[in-house]
Write a protein that binds this ligand. Structure first.
Ligand code: CIR
Length: 263
């Protein structure tokens, strides 16, 4: 049995990812960094990420870069995939619309698909699945109409869902993630959120807030390197922890969850 496999844990066999394009630094970002984003470093970090996914048993379906969409390697935002259906999103940022069509073609080979329709918008980064429940962040990218459309689709497959206002960070999963064993990893902003009751919480110190974007895959925790305080707290879960350097992705407001669609 895989360590840490619990009732809310989903086991994945595949991941869709996309190569970053040379123009990735033209993507959307709110992060001001002294060092400009570096393509060669990003490529190395992206490969290391994919190697980890493969090493823990996922088949990686790697797509080519989309030159017209410098953020397209953040594939997570384009689809919400459950065991029964893949919901193709309508990304909230205009510059990112169109990315979802190429992902829809790939997912259609593996599962039934449905769509979020305008004026609804959803970014997958706002959608957190914990077992049979979905938290859907309402953010600058995911609007109430999109959240409700997604919720109604999920209803049809026996899932429950709640919306949650994203008051800080780009997406819900910039601040809240499920790390196994009935535990949510949260930033201080979400530590006492009324809609996140019923779970144990690991609260991250504010100076390590970026580590909230930690990804649970098949019993392992993939976390961004360089957050020793959060690592120590996560060690209490007794799951294998794999640190990955995400410096270049972070400059583009992205993280570990964003770079793959697991299913
Ligand atoms: C964007 O602003 O859309 C990208 N630069 C970053 C998207 C990160 N995606 C995610 O957290 N799921």
């Amino acid at each position: 049995m895989i360590p840490g496999r619990g009732k809310n844990q989903i086991m994945f066999t595949r991941a869709i990812a996309r190569k970053p394009g040379k123009n990735f630094a033209q993507g959307l970002t709110t992060t001001l960094s002294e060092d400009p984003p570096d393509y060669d470093t990003l490529v190395k970090q992206h490969k290391a990420y994919l190697n980890v996914l493969e090493s823990i048993g996922l088949e990686v379906i790697l797509l080519d870069a989309l030159p017209d969409h410098p953020d397209a390697y953040f594939v997570e935002d384009t689809a919400v995939v459950t065991a029964e259906v893949a919901v193709i999103t309508n990304p909230g940022a205009k510059a990112r619309r169109g990315e979802e069509q190429t992902i829809a073609q790939v997912l259609a080979r593996y599962c039934k698909t449905d769509n979020i329709r305008a004026p609804g918008t959803v970014d997958g980064g706002d959608v957190l699945q914990v077992g049979k429940h979905f938290f859907i962040g309402v953010s600058e990218r995911t609007n109430p109409e999109g959240a409700n459309q997604l919720g109604r689709i999920l209803d049809g497959y026996g899932y429950t869902w709640t919306t949650i206002a994203v008051s800080a960070g780009l997406h819900l999963k910039s601040s809240v993630n499920y790390v196994g064993k009935n535990t949510l990893l949260v930033t201080e902003d979400f530590a006492n959120h009324e809609k996140l009751g019923g779970y144990k919480k690991i609260v991250i110190d504010s100076h390590e807030a970026y580590a909230a974007n930690t990804l649970l895959v098949n019993g392992r925790l993939l976390m961004p390197a360089g957050h020793p305080g959060t690592r120590k707290k996560l060690e209490t879960l007794q799951l294998e922890i794999i640190e990955l350097d995400t410096s270049e992705v972070r400059k583009m407001d992205g993280g570990l969850t964003c770079m793959s669609i697991r299913f």
